[in-house]
Ligand binder design. Structure first.
Ligand SMILES: Cc1cc2nc3c(=O)[nH]c(=O)nc-3n(C[C@H](O)[C@H](O)[C@H](O)COP(=O)(O)O)c2cc1C
Length: 335
């Protein structure tokens, strides 16, 4: 028996929720026409089944971290689709707020997927589609060119019941051809949640190095947890709390007119809200008297805790290897 590839799933999203909406009958027409095809499965997605409040997630959708059950349910519905037909009316020359809100809730669930538009309104809903197309493209969705537009006066009997002409069916077929075909295109990989977190840890270390170069103590304060414990390279044995850590940096800054800070081989590992990273670091630059110093490479281990969406350093450990014969630090090694 030959294995057959799983059919692609296309979500037909109804973009309006008001009582008496025409969106449901337009979506039904799309679904009935699509059901004649054998090349994909089609699922109507009704925002009435996902009563999302005005966006109430504390973290941006880009993080993929959702606090609320309604967001997770919405995420699962959108994530299981390989492409979309968005059915939208035009409200005040734009799309309904409920549709925009639903789009804003998510990010990776949309990216890279093909989307086509079916619109309706007094003038066919073309302004709404222009905006929705731009929104989808911003999310790096792949909007297809064929679209279907219904005019309230001519395509709805008594301005109430949809009566599509053959030209609409032809346009819908072309739209579906494009959406289904593009579901099998190579999609740019979307970062996993772990990759996104690791990138955020890297940005945090970049910000730390930038604050050192700028001798910016406030910027450094933002990188550490208030209860951070630092096993820094210079005495005492430990620096406990953010103020002790900053005192140490303030002391270093008195030596330098222009410090430079280089990080190499930064390797973060993230699990949930904790992360660690190891790297090599080198502080160099121009001393207060104008002397240029190359500094030395040190080994650094950084531990992070995610706090209010920011990766803060809770612990660091900086060292150089020892020559075990005389117990002296070896300061001339290169990574
Ligand atoms: C708040 C509101 C604003 C509207 N603004 C426009 C508009 O700017 N352009 C247009 O062509 N039709 C406009 N219409 C007409 C709608 O496109 C039409 O009523 C459509 O059926 C609404 O979709 P729905 O029935 O799925 O809610 C508007 C309707 C509403 C309710």
């Amino acid at each position: 028996m030959t294995a057959t590839a799983a059919k692609r799933r296309i979500g037909i999203l109804i973009g309006s929720t008001r009582p008496g909406r025409k969106g449901a009958q337009v979506a039904r027409w799309v679904q009935e026409r699509a059901a004649r095809r054998g090349d994909a499965e089609f699922e109507v997605i009704d925002l009435l089944d996902h009563p999302l409040p005005h966006l109430d997630e504390p973290l941006p959708a880009l993080t993929g971290r959702y606090e609320h059950a309604h967001t997770r349910a919405w995420s699962e519905t959108v994530a299981r689709c390989d492409g979309f037909v968005m059915v939208t009316p035009e409200y005040n020359a734009s799309i309904p707020g409920v549709l925009k809100n639903a789009v804003d809730y998510l990010h990776a669930e949309w990216t890279g997927k093909p989307v086509g538009f079916v619109s309706y309104g007094v003038r066919g809903g073309v302004h709404a589609v222009r905006q929705l197309r731009a929104l989808c493209e911003l999310l790096t969705m792949r909007a297809v060119a064929p679209q279907v537009s219904f005019f309230l006066h001519t395509d709805f009997k008594d301005r109430t019941t949809l009566e599509p002409g053959d030209e609409h069916a032809t346009a819908l077929d072309a739209l579906l051809d494009h959406v289904v075909a593009r579901t099998t295109d190579e999609r740019p990989p979307t970062p996993t949640r772990r990759e996104a977190d690791e990138a955020a840890v890297r940005r945090s270390v970049d910000a730390l190095a930038a604050a050192i170069r700028a001798k910016d103590l406030d910027g450094l304060r933002r990188r550490y947890a208030t209860d951070a414990v630092s096993f820094d390279i210079d005495p005492p044995l430990q620096h406990v709390g953010i103020d002790a850590k900053l005192k140490n940096w303030a002391n270093v800054f008195t030596y330098f007119k222009n410090p430079a800070y280089e990080v190499r081989d930064l390797t973060p590992t993230v699990a949930d809200d904790l992360a660690y990273a190891h790297a090599f670091g080198r502080l160099s630059g121009t001393l207060a008297d104008g002397t240029q110093v190359d500094g030395m490479w040190v080994r650094a281990t950084l531990c992070f805790r995610r706090t209010d969406g920011e990766w803060l350093i809770t612990h660091d450990h900086v060292s150089v290897p020892l020559d075990i014969r005389d117990g002296k630090g070896v300061v001339d090694l290169e990574p």
